[in-house]
Structures are given as C-alpha cells and as structure tokens.
Design a protein around this ligand. Structure first.
Ligand code: ZN
Length: 142
C-alpha cells in the first residue's frame, strides 16, 4: 500500500493518505479532523509520541506553557509557519503545564523549545522564540 501514514492529532488514529491528496485538505477517517492545514494543533504527550514514532511526514513540536511570555508571542509565528509548511511537515503544540511528564521525556530545559521528528526519531531541536521565517528555514531540511 502506498501513501503517507499520518497520526490524527485529534483522536490519535493513524490514517494513510495518498501522496496526491496531501495538499487537498485530507481529513481523519475516524473523527473528521483535518490532518493537514489550518492552525498548529494542540497535542498531548501520548499522541505526540505516537506521531513521532509512526508518521511519514516530519512532525515539529513547540513545547510551550501559558505562563511563558516568549511562548505566547511565538504562537502566531508558529501558526504562520504551520500553514507555510503544510504538506512538508506538520506543526503541533504541546502544553508542558498540562503534560508535565513531557519535560522529562524529552529533556526540555527551557521553553519555548522546538523539536523536529522525522523517520521515527528526533532530528533536531532549538530553544528560544523565533519568527515564522526562521521557523520555516529551520524546518527546510527535515
Ligand atoms: Zn481523528
């Protein structure tokens, strides 16, 4: 079977999307949530781990928290980058306050921190807030 495996960030179901459908707004067969496009989805630790392990498209995670000023100012930039990178990589956000275990699981030392997963493993990470253009540049070689 061909197609790209993509974990639904809403319900956790793994979908298989034909390559030629990646840019035409594919939706989850189980819950109907958009798999590509739109704003960066909020995920929990379990869904992130599944997507990082399974997905055929790179996943870029922004570890953030509501009390973190730089995180909040980066949020619209991250969303812009998510739209610009649609079809190339999927960008998601993980709230470290709601998912405290994630900090230990991924060895997060400060937020915001972005981690990019590709091919089932961590490819690279970067700490500190960045404008959308820098995020897009950073995600080019995933
Ligand atoms: Zn779903």
């Amino acid at each position: 079977m061909s197609g790209k495996k993509l974990t639904c960030f809403n319900c956790g179901q793994v979908n298989r999307v034909p390559e030629d459908k990646l840019m035409s707004g594919p939706k989850c067969g189980t819950c109907g949530a958009r798999l590509i496009g739109g704003k960066a989805a909020e995920v929990d630790l379990k869904t992130l781990q599944k997507a990082a392990r399974t997905d055929d498209l790179p996943v870029v995670v922004d570890f953030w928290a509501p009390w973190c000023g730089p995180c909040r100012s980066m949020a619209p930039e991250f969303s812009k980058a998510a739209q610009a990178l649609a079809g190339k990589a999927r960008l998601v956000k993980l709230n470290t306050q709601d998912n405290p275990k994630s900090v230990q699981t991924y060895g997060i030392r400060g937020i915001p921190t972005m981690i990019a997963f590709a091919g089932g493993q961590e490819k690279k990470r970067k700490s500190g807030a960045m404008p959308s253009t820098a995020i897009i540049d950073w995600a080019q070689d995933l």
